[in-house]
Design a protein around this ligand. Structure first.
Ligand code: GRF
Length: 208
């Protein structure tokens, strides 16, 4: 049984996609052992509670420094025996101590086609605003493993989404979520659960 801990900050639509994919049997032999939010009172925690998943708030603001925050996160992950960590709308910089403790075992969903529109300052609506300002015709989403460099870890899956005339950042964000994020994040977790992802020289390959 693969145990995954999902790290969240807000609405949790990607968390919900994972919950639904597990409950429907699309992702087998997997359960969400913890939802960890850096913010109190967010919808993600309500979604977890509704599905009997332990939810906890661990905020970096409650700790004196990155190392103490990392220790608290690692302790929670070990207590819940998490095998895989999934960042789903998580807006906190993952401490290097945590990344080192879970090499190629932390996945992130980014709402663009990395290496475009990613890195420092590119999150949430800011991504889609930049996409529209640049006038690209295709955007999309990327699931990748997390390493020490922001949005630079091995890419697991990407899915393209058309930019349409009249799009606003909000309209485009919704389309990228519906057509890409909510599909490829569960698919990436399914592939991981089935042992079908390998990383060679920082490149991820999907087998079978
Ligand atoms: C989404 O744009 C997602 O791509 C990004 O965070 C935003 C909110 O995600 N990672 P969620 O609804 O909290 O899953």
């Amino acid at each position: 049984m693969l145990k995954i801990a999902v790290l969240v900050s807000g609405g949790g639509t990607n968390l919900q996609a994972l919950i639904d994919a597990i409950e429907s049997g699309y992702i087998k032999d997997t359960r969400i052992c913890a939802v960890i939010s850096n913010n109190e009172g967010v919808k993600s925690l309500e979604r977890a509670a509704k599905h009997g998943i332990p939810g906890v708030v661990i905020s970096p603001k409650s700790y004196d420094g990155t190392a103490a925050f990392a220790d608290a996160m690692i302790k929670e992950l070990e207590d819940k025996e998490a095998d895989l960590v999934v960042l789903a709308g998580y807006l906190v910089k993952v401490p290097e101590e945590l990344i080192r403790a879970y090499p190629n075992r932390i996945m992130n969903i980014h709402p663009a086609l990395i290496p475009s529109f990613c890195g420092k300052g590119f999150y949430g609506l800011k991504v889609h605003d930049a996409v529209l300002k640049r006038g690209v015709k295709l955007t999309g989403a990327t699931v990748h493993f997390v390493n020490e460099d922001l949005d630079a870890g091995p890419i697991i899956i990407q899915k393209a989404v058309a930019v349409k005339k009249g799009d606003t950042p909000e309209i485009l964000q919704r389309r990228v979520m519906e057509e890409a994020e909510w599909k490829i994040l569960p698919e990436a977790v399914k592939l991981y659960a089935e042992g079908r992802i390998e990383v060679i020289d920082n490149i991820a390959y999907v087998n079978g």
